[in-house]
Design a protein around this ligand. Structure first.
Ligand code: ADP
Length: 239
């Protein structure tokens, strides 16, 4: 089943004559259980692609379908509900709330969605346990290492029945060992059925993906499904 379908997406910022074509006719499909890495030079449209996939921003034209629902046909409230229930985001700087424990951070999205406290906490504990953090549930962010904080951020992004995980340079602030650990955890989430799109500039990390998509100037210019081809693909697109 396709969790995410993006069809002929364009995004234009600003107005003529100063408009910026951030995306120009991008197609991207991600099946349940698949991990897609997005690479490309700075300014090529990677973050725009993620924010549109996550319904945080609307495309100028084109269609985004998440779990079979076309976002353009949903009301604002329905889109917000889909965002809360189905989509998880991981940001480079983690964005954990310092006054909340790891467990409270992870269960917060469910609580905000009206799930009862007990059920939300149970789901939060499961998500933390899946990421090897069962023992850290009651720790506050400043009592956790950088790698642990990142794992809490991933747990928060996949808690409950989320099906789409979107991560923008999730390993950007980590050393290479922790960066690799993050990719392994996202891979594990995919094994449990989540579809993931991860923006990264690191070919080594991208090689964990089922598919690597390369964008330049708002267009998908290349892709590969073979980890060993990532370096040669990058070689074809010097920045
Ligand atoms: P990347 O993530 O690959 O660095 P972005 O998606 O952030 O690329 O940006 C793509 C293009 O769109 C860039 O030219 C950027 O300046 C422009 N852009 C992104 N967001 C905005 C915005 N909110 N307003 C105007 N221009 C934007």
């Amino acid at each position: 089943m396709n969790v995410l379908e993006m069809r002929q997406i364009t995004k234009v910022y600003g107005t003529a004559p100063n408009e910026v074509h951030a995306l120009s006719g991008v197609d991207l499909t991600v099946e349940a259980g698949h991990l897609v890495a997005v690479m490309g030079p700075s300014g090529s449209g990677k973050s725009t692609l993620l924010t549109i996939a996550g319904s945080l921003e609307e495309p100028t034209s084109g269609e985004v379908v998440v779990n079979g629902q076309s976002l353009g046909t949903l009301s604002r409230n329905q889109r917000a509900a889909l965002r809360r229930r189905a989509i998880g985001y991981v940001f480079q700087d983690f964005n954990l709330l310092p006054g909340l424990s790891a467990l409270e951070n992870v269960s917060l999205p469910l609580e905000l969605d009206g799930v009862g406290l007990r059920r939300a906490r149970e789901a939060g504990r499961t998500a933390l346990a899946n990421l090897g953090l069962a023992e850290r549930a009651d720790h506050f962010p400043d009592q956790l290492s950088g790698g642990e904080r990142q794992r809490v951020a991933i747990a928060r992004a996949v808690v409950g029945d989320r099906t789409l995980l979107l991560a923008d340079e999730p390993s950007g602030a980590l050393d290479s060992a922790n960066g690799e650990a993050v990719m392994r955890l996202i891979r594990d989430a995919c094994r449990r059925g989540v579809a993931a799109v991860v923006v990264t500039h690191d070919a080594q990390l991208a090689s964990w993906a089922d598919r690597v998509v390369f964008i330049r100037d708002g267009r998908v210019v290349d892709q590969t499904t073979s980890a060993s081809d990532v370096e040669s693909m990058l070689g074809r697109h010097p920045s």
